[in-house]
Design a binder for this molecule. Structure first.
Ligand code: SAM
Length: 293
């Protein structure tokens, strides 16, 4: 399934990073399953997936909670909710999934009941005030419930240091340019607040036992075709966003590497890899205090 950007109506910068989020989610799915494990989503449980993208984590959660459980899928983008429901139907779990269209910038999602767990991956960092968004998500939990945020990790490495085109270190400079693009995009919005470490934000939101863990994503060369397609897509998207921050030589080198008509096209290379680490931060809502007798 491909969700094209022109079908989508989200503010620039907040959507999925590529035009085919389902393909990207499939490549990262194993890592996602490891990162959402602290939720301990169980048969009959009630959980939320905030910013589900194409819905692969929603489907995984719906399988875990089973017929008697519920997964609220919350997204500002109706196309993402359509994609999530289509994925849930294909997996035979649509009855457990409840789509809710909501923008986190407008406050906490309006869920009809407290939930045992909230999962949110690569979504909250789009909001202007991470503290406010995390407080809102923490407030959705029942006492003892778990918030698990997959945010941050390591930059992805796909190319050798010397890609044979342009100056060595092309990918490191792309990270730097992309970082400058994101920083400028983030801060230019009215009301954008300086960010802090996710763990501190979660603890200040009242969560306890806050901790982080990482999942390595390691696909060595030669990468299979599905991974190659996602790597090419992600690189093209990153180069597109960072364009204004790359120098002319680097922009020209990337144009060659991403052009199927050029002999240097990454689609033909045998030395492409996918190596990265993703991080999840999780914390528990304090259990209700029992009155002392
Ligand atoms: C980069 S995608 C991540 C998708 C998926 N969770 C993953 O990890 O691959 C971000 C998702 O969050 C949604 N999103 C971004 N900003 C949002 C906001 N302010 N409120 C609700 N959803 C938002 C986007 O529409 C998209 O579905």
């Amino acid at each position: 399934m491909t969700i094209t950007e022109d079908r989508r109506a989200v503010p620039p910068g907040v959507g999925t990073s590529t035009k085919n989020p389902a393909a990207a989610e499939a490549v990262f799915h194993e890592a996602t399953l490891r990162l959402l494990a602290p939720l301990r989503a169980m048969e009959g449980g009630v959980v939320a997936d905030v910013g589900p993208g194409a819905g692969s984590a929603t489907v995984a959660l719906a399988r875990l909670v089973g017929d008697r459980g519920r997964v609220y899928a919350v997204d500002l983008d109706p196309a993402m909710l359509d994609a999530t429901m289509a994925a849930a139907r294909r997996a035979g779990v649509a009855d457990q999934v409840r789509p809710i269209q909501h923008d986190l910038e407008d406050g906490p999602p309006p869920l009809p009941e407290p939930v045992d767990g909230v999962w949110s991956s690569a979504c909250v960092h789009h909001t202007r005030d991470w503290d406010a968004a995390v407080r809102g998500l923490a407030g959705l939990l029942r006492p003892g419930g778990v918030l698990c945020l997959a945010e941050g990790g390591l930059p992805t490495r796909c190319l050798p240091w010397d890609a044979g085109v342009g100056r060595p270190g092309l990918e490191v400079r792309l990270d730097e340019a992309h970082n400058r693009w994101f920083t400028e995009w983030f801060a230019a919005r009215p009301g954008a607040r300086r960010t802090r470490h996710w763990g501190e934000i979660m603890a200040d939101a009242g969560l306890v036992d806050v901790t982080s863990h990482n999942a390595l994503v390691d696909v060595p060369a030669p990468v299979p075709d599905d991974v190659r397609a996602v790597v090419l897509d992600e690189l093209a998207a990153r180069v597109g966003r960072a364009t204004g921050f790359l120098d002319a030589d680097d922009a020209a080198a990337w144009a060659r590497l991403l052009d199927p008509a050029d002999p240097a096209w990454l689609g033909r290379r045998t030395d492409l890899v996918l190596l990265t680490a993703r991080t999840a931060h999780w914390g528990r809502s304090p259990a209700r205090m029992t009155p002392q007798g």
